[in-house]
Design a protein around this ligand. Structure first.
Ligand SMILES: *Cc1c(COP(=O)(O)O)cnc(C)c1O
Length: 232
């Protein structure tokens, strides 16, 4: 199966999940997660009409972006954890940062974005499981973070994202998706710009769409299995 075939199959699957949930498929964006895959794969997806991409490391994308300069009408989002020494680069390279998990990172991105004269929409990553390895703010800290972020000039919180514990069974993710949606609905009362819900990956995007996802982040089902280089 080519990347173009995979994308068209995914669009059909997303449309089917939307029909099942009584939603319009125009409400759900498909993000192609190209991390670890080569620039050629991004170009192939672009040629097939894909315009929204997710990368999870600043350094990796910096190298790729040098070869992507000619693409127009395309958006790259940072979807992985961001260290504070990479915020300037991240603000410069990405169109949005989808995994902000502290005020400090949001402030540093804001300073960088102001200097660049650029508006930077962000999502707040919420940690809903107790796994040590997971990033994100605790649900109880969300309101205070959104409140503090209202002072920012160029960075604006436009939604929430989460990564549930990995499971073969998509149903295991449903309670996490449902909880993120509840938090979004609650936050939107005070912060009406917080609308987006980035949730759902290759193995569970159908369930995520049923629970209200507005952006599914799909890597493996588009680009195939990631083969990590030795030493990474
Ligand atoms: C890698 C990654 C994805 C894509 O995962 P697949 O299972 O390959 O679809 C989605 N979201 C985040 C945050 C990722 O790091």
């Amino acid at each position: 199966m080519s990347i173009a075939d995979n994308l068209s199959r995914l669009h059909e699957e997303i449309a089917a999940a939307c029909r099942k949930a009584g939603r319009s498929d125009s409400e759900v964006a498909l993000m192609a997660v190209s991390k670890v895959h080569p620039v050629e794969s991004i170009l192939e997806a672009y040629a097939a009409g894909q315009r929204l991409f997710g990368e999870n490391r600043v350094q990796e994308f910096q190298e790729k972006s040098a070869r992507l300069g000619s693409l127009t009408d395309v958006a790259f989002h940072l979807i992985g954890p961001l260290q504070s020494n990479k915020t300037n680069k991240a603000a410069e390279l990405f169109d949005a940062v989808d995994a902000v998990d502290s005020l400090k990172i949001a402030q540093r991105l804001d300073t960088a974005a102001v200097a660049l004269g650029k508006r930077l929409p962000v999502l707040i990553e919420v940690k809903l499981s107790h796994e040590e390895s997971k990033h994100g703010v605790a649900p109880a800290e969300l309101t205070a973070l959104l409140e503090a972020m209202q002072e920012l000039k160029a960075v604006e919180a436009v939604g929430l994202m989460t990564v549930p514990p990995w499971s073969e069974d998509a149903e295991m993710a449903r309670p996490y998706f449902r909880e993120l949606r509840r938090l979004r609905d609650e936050a939107a009362v005070r912060f009406p710009r917080v609308t987006q819900l980035s949730m759902g990956m290759s193995n569970d995007f159908g369930v995520a769409i049923e629970e209200g996802s507005t952006c599914v982040r799909v890597g493996t089902s588009i680009f195939g299995k990631r083969v990590y280089p030795a030493g990474v």
